[in-house]
Design a protein around this ligand. Sequence first.
Ligand SMILES: Nc1ncnc2c1ncn2[C@@H]1O[C@H](COP(=O)(O)OP(=O)(O)OP(=O)(O)O)[C@@H](O)[C@H]1O
Ligand SMILES: [Mg+2]
Length: 506
Amino acid sequence: MLDSLDPWPPELLARLLHPGGAVAAALAMAPPGARALDLGTGWPSLAAALVSCGLDVTIADPVLLRLRFERLMSAAPVTDAVHLALTSQLPWPDDSFDRVFVDTAEVHRARGDLRFVIGEVARVLAPEGVAVVAQDAGGPSSRGRLLRLLREVGLPHATVLVARPGRADWSRVLDESRWGQHLTSEASQASAPSVRGKRLLKAAIAAAGGVRWLPADRFVVAYGPEAAPCDPLAEILAEPAGSRELIRLSDARVAVLGQESFVKLPLSRHQQDALIQEAQNTRRARSTGFAPHVIRSVHVHDWHGLPYVRYPLIRERHARPGEAEQTIAQILRGLAPGRDAPLGATAFWERLTGARGARDADEAGARALRARVLDTMADVSVPAGPTHGDLHADNLLLVDGGAAILVDWNRFEPFNPLVLDAGYAAIEHDRRSHGGSLAQALVRFRDRELTGPLAELASSTMGDLDSAQAATLILLDRVVSYSQPRRRYKPWTMPAMARAVAALAD
Ligand SMILES: Nc1ncnc2c1ncn2[C@@H]1O[C@H](COP(=O)(O)OP(=O)(O)OP(=O)(O)O)[C@@H](O)[C@H]1O
Ligand SMILES: [Mg+2]
């Protein structure tokens, strides 16, 4: 897709692949038909998210390659795309847009004057409109100055929101040592000693595994004088002033933490269906042996045709690794022992045999592995029953008083080989506690080197499989279980998967 003779600059690619772009769309939802302007944010996912919510979108960008990228990437590119400088007046009359999205760091990069650009944003924004201004962590302008500028141009009502990148989110995109190296090289290029000092400190924190302590990105949501907060999140976002934390999940959906609720909003057509499915699965899980560990309620709401899901907020803490291992093993032991069934009768098999399974396997280089399993294993007997589908410590929340709640039921299936849950949980636990790769943990599982309660449970749920076959099934289950087009939304998961396929094929 990218030209090999004319490579795109790394800063540009980093921006294009940034996982948080679409989150801005959720901060000021507008009804379908509302007019939105993406003023040079450089996130292709933002326009796609706005379009999926039915908005009439215009992209204006000083970087021509980004407009080109949007055309290449999007299934339905925005037709209203304008190449312009951020240094002159915007080519639209007053009050042209209901939503305007801009990023102070990008204004700076485009050599625009922030005061002038914010003035233009206010001019083209309708009185009932909302502007979302992103501020990169460590970016060039302070929050105080931005709020002052917004007041000066007649947008005095603003809420500051902090996107929580979260260690898990970042480490999926970029491992911590690389992030540390990047900051160190940035620091060596900084001319001012004070800037250099700050960056070196950040690099040291990152190198010590402290990515989560680095400042998070901020969004300032500024309301026009006649804006009525009316979107599904208004209630949550209007909660006490000051910085509020939200949590982003991926480019395709976003979750917001309220005082009482945990709301997931879809930001792509595909995620609209996936979230409805997740809600249904959560309810179905409640009629299985998982019941005591399923979140108490889930509601699907509708906002102008856009479904979104609301769970009660769990005031929880994540389990420590050893604790998670024990707790997950206890939950799995609490399930009925399962019913012996041929692999061919399970939900996993159905996914594997389908066209989607074939495509996913090809993409991960697992065509031969899949073919071998399909040819030889349909009749192998395994204990089967309900599976969560993504049993790792991040999906386990411990509530005060000791209750353990599992979240994230989008991969739940009522009748599956039980070893998929136990084996994957054992592998994930090993990976997280030893810092190894998926490939290494799978190989250790295959070679029966894993110990502990989850590994024992996995052994006891293998039925007639040997450990090499079980490892292969666990891997293929990951390969064909993603509920989203991975290459587009999670491109970084693919290399790890392909390496694991190669390791097991040996
Ligand atoms: N009801 C809740 N209350 C509080 N926190 C929650 C709740 N549900 C989920 N979380 C937190 O949010 C995180 C992400 O939610 P969830 O696991 O449902 O999404 P996800 O599918 O893992 O997202 P992705 O895989 O795209 O990162 C969880 O790991 C958990 O820490
Ligand atoms: Mg999860």
